[in-house]
Design a protein around this ligand. Structure first.
Ligand code: HEM
Length: 402
């Protein structure tokens, strides 16, 4: 038995970033990384899973078939009390995970995503036209960061964008770590019912979108209607919340680093923009709650053994700041080669939407600062509301002017 008495007490939410340096991973987690690749931590429910602190060990474990992402297994390190949240293949193991993932992967390949680039460029240009014609200061989250990925995922899935206020609000509650479980559960149920209704509409009137293709699988008996609705919820939430946070938080960190922003604004080189996207993904690693797994067998790491049934937390934000993987890791350097980051996870659950997210961010970062060259923050940094309570990090509002 491993001694758990000395386990480090984690804050209620392990990913909470310090107020003074809101772009950096929590100092407590960084301190653990210096002590070794594995640490015992104590969670809100008294359980004592392992925390994997370093890049190399995180990548190895995320690709290891001896770990499970199945949230229903005993020992899984739950982030929040049971009840609420949403279930789909992100919290399942193969072969069921692979079976469901395969059903929705076609529109997310690099080739298919590239065909959407002109439409995304149009969306971004039109939103910037509206921004420039409207009043200032303006909240960049509401006016730009949320609409871009929401419009794109709605088009891809076949969800009416007119319902955006409803699904953006419910999604926000589902991924709030401090929301009471019953509130989170109610928001997840509202979203699932909504998607179930859309599946019903597509059964009657199919069209050329991903929900219609899922509906066809319901008709052929490959999928239950509930599974289709749950997959729709996963794709809708993952498709807009994450990218929206990268747009707003990425803009904020660039405004704080004017030299890096100038390179993007004045360079106009698509390769530089693509590299900057990778660096911002690495630097900010907005999925700051850590990947969660449970060991299926005993696994030895650096002379210590994670026993079968023990929980494992892999905070990819500290891995992406590991000096052994990225020299001078705390410096934002848009010209660095950051492509090996694990902001999209690693292994079988690696982000399904990563090519789409990359393309959207390339269009946004390559356009916004060029078209609004005097963009600046219209508030003190201390007054910007950060999503310390979100499963995905970002800002709730970003007042800007130009
Ligand atoms: C900047 C934007 C994004 C970031 C940082 C991000 C991050 C991640 C991460 C870290 C995972 C791995 C979860 C795990 O290992 O437990 C993941 C999985 C996933 N992401 Fe993303 N994501 C982004 C955008 C998107 C978009 C646009 C979609 C489109 C629908 C999407 C859909 C998914 C899905 C379906 C999974 C589950 C994959 C699986 O379990 O096989 N994500 N994402």
């Amino acid at each position: 038995m491993t001694d758990t008495a000395g386990a480090t007490e984690l804050q209620a939410f392990p990913g909470v970033r310090a107020a003074g340096c809101p772009f950096d991973p929590p100092p407590g987690l960084r301190a653990l990384r210096e002590e070794g690749p594995l640490a015992r931590v104590r969670l809100w429910d008294g359980s004592t899973p392992w925390l994997v602190t370093r890049y190399a060990e995180q990548r190895a474990l995320l690709a290891d078939r001896r770990v499970s992402a199945d949230v229903t297994r005993p020992g899984y390190p739950r982030q929040v009390p049971i009840g609420g949240g949403f279930a789909s293949f992100i919290l399942m193991d193969d072969p069921e995970h692979a079976r469901l993932r395969r059903m929705v992967q076609a529109p997310f390949t690099i080739r298919r995503v590239e065909t959407m680039r002109p439409a995304v460029q149009r969306i971004v240009d039109e939103l910037i036209d509206d921004l420039l014609a409207g009043p200032r200061p303006v909240d960049l989250v509401e006016a730009f960061a949320l609409p871009v990925p929401s419009l794109v995922i709605c088009e891809l899935l076949g969800v009416p964008y007119a319902d955006h206020a409803f699904f953006q609000d419910a999604s926000k509650t589902v991924i709030r770590r401090d929301a009471p479980p019953e509130e989170r559960g109610a928001a997840a149920a509202r979203l699932t019912d909504y998607l179930d209704g859309l599946v019903g509409d597509k059964l009657a009137r199919p069209s050329d979108d991903l929900l219609s293709r899922l509906t066809a699988r319901v008709e052929s008996g490959e999928l239950t209607r509930r599974e289709a609705a749950q997959m729709g919820v996963l794709l809708l939430i993952a498709g807009h919340e994450t990218t929206a946070n990268m747009i707003a938080l990425g803009t904020l960190v660039l405004l704080r680093n004017p030299g890096e922003l100038a390179l993007l604004r004045d360079g106009g080189d698509p390769e530089l923009v693509a590299g900057a996207v990778e660096e911002l993904l690495r630097h900010l690693t907005i999925t700051h709650s850590g990947r969660r797994r449970v060991a299926l067998e005993d696994i030895e790491i650096g002379g210590q053994v994670i026993r079968a049934g023990e929980g494992i937390i892999l905070p990819n934000d500290i891995a992406n700041r590991d000096p052994d993987a990225f020299p001078d890791p705390d410096r934002l350097d848009v010209r660095r080669d950051a492509r090996r980051h694990i902001a999209f996870g690693f292994g079988v659950h690696q982000c399904l939407g990563q090519s789409l997210a990359r393309m959207e961010l390339q269009v946004v970062y390559g356009t916004l600062y060029r078209r609004v060259p005097t963009l600046r923050l219209a508030a003190d940094l201390g007054d910007v509301p950060f999503k310390h309570d979100g499963q995905v990090y970002g800002v709730y509002e970003l007042p800007v002017t130009w």
